[in-house]
Design a protein around this ligand. Structure first.
Ligand code: FE
Length: 245
């Protein structure tokens, strides 16, 4: 149970998350589009610091789960993506492509994990509620209503076979907002999709608190969804849309 102190800390962190989303939106408007920082100054993949303390998502996600998730699932994926790129560079240097299939699969899996986890930490840094303004309009246009959208997102995410992600994404090429049911980190998604909200349903994301109760975890996530961040990401993805005659 959250103490008053942890509640205040969590509330402050959530408030900070909303401010970060608004700051990023302002930056996106200035610079053309928002991009997550996935690499360091040397071009190596790197995990950005968590945008909140470990206990900020209590009681929906317990502090220990966040700590383990970030340090022992997200960060190792970053290291493995770097390792795969190094191995491919070595393969080019030596013209030895015997293991190219393995390294390419590793790169796709681990880099997709890094990308989706980076988005996830912002997706769950809010206070729930419902989308507003342009995001609300886009949801109504593409799904009929927020209720229909949420029902599909919850059902699709719960029904993911084994491990994966519920993804709400925008495809600039079609101008459509879509819900995708991604398996692992890289399967059953659509090329070119810009994720604007992602829900992690690997067991490591919820098993300490929810054990086998994935439906309960997914429904609880809606109490900490950051719709402002999703709106910022949608606006940014729409800024990157260009039309070819
Ligand atoms: Fe995860």
């Amino acid at each position: 149970m959250a103490t008053r102190r942890t509640f205040i800390q969590s509330s402050a962190a959530v408030g900070t998350g909303m401010m970060l989303a608004q700051t990023r939106l302002a930056q996106a408007a200035d610079q053309g589009a928002y991009r997550d920082k996935l690499t360091d100054s040397d071009g190596k993949y790197a995990a950005a610091p968590l945008p909140f303390p470990y206990d900020a998502l209590e009681p929906v996600i317990d502090a220990r789960t966040v700590e383990l998730h970030y340090n022992f699932h997200h960060k190792p994926a970053v290291a493995a993506a770097n390792k795969a790129e190094d191995a491919l560079a070595k393969a080019r240097d030596t013209s030895d492509f015997a293991l190219v299939k393995y390294h390419e699969r590793e790169l796709a899996f681990q880099l997709s994990s890094h990308i989706l986890h980076t988005v996830y930490w912002t997706s769950v840094s809010g206070k729930g509620g419902e989308p507003r303004n342009e995001l609300a309009k886009a949801i109504d246009k593409n799904f009929g209503s927020y209720a229909r959208f949420a029902a599909q997102l919850i059902a699709a995410t719960i029904a993911i076979e084994a491990s994966g992600w519920g993804i709400v994404g925008y495809l600039p090429a079609t101008g459509k907002l879509m819900i995708l049911q991604c398996e692992n980190h890289q399967k059953l998604t659509a090329g070119g999709i810009e994720p604007i909200l992602v829900l992690d349903v690997f067991e490591h994301a919820y098993y300490l608190k929810y054990q086998n109760r994935r439906p309960e975890y997914v429904n609880q996530l809606f109490n900490i969804v950051n719709w402002d961040d999703a709106a910022m990401r949608l606006n940014s993805a729409m800024l990157s849309t260009t039309t070819r005659m």
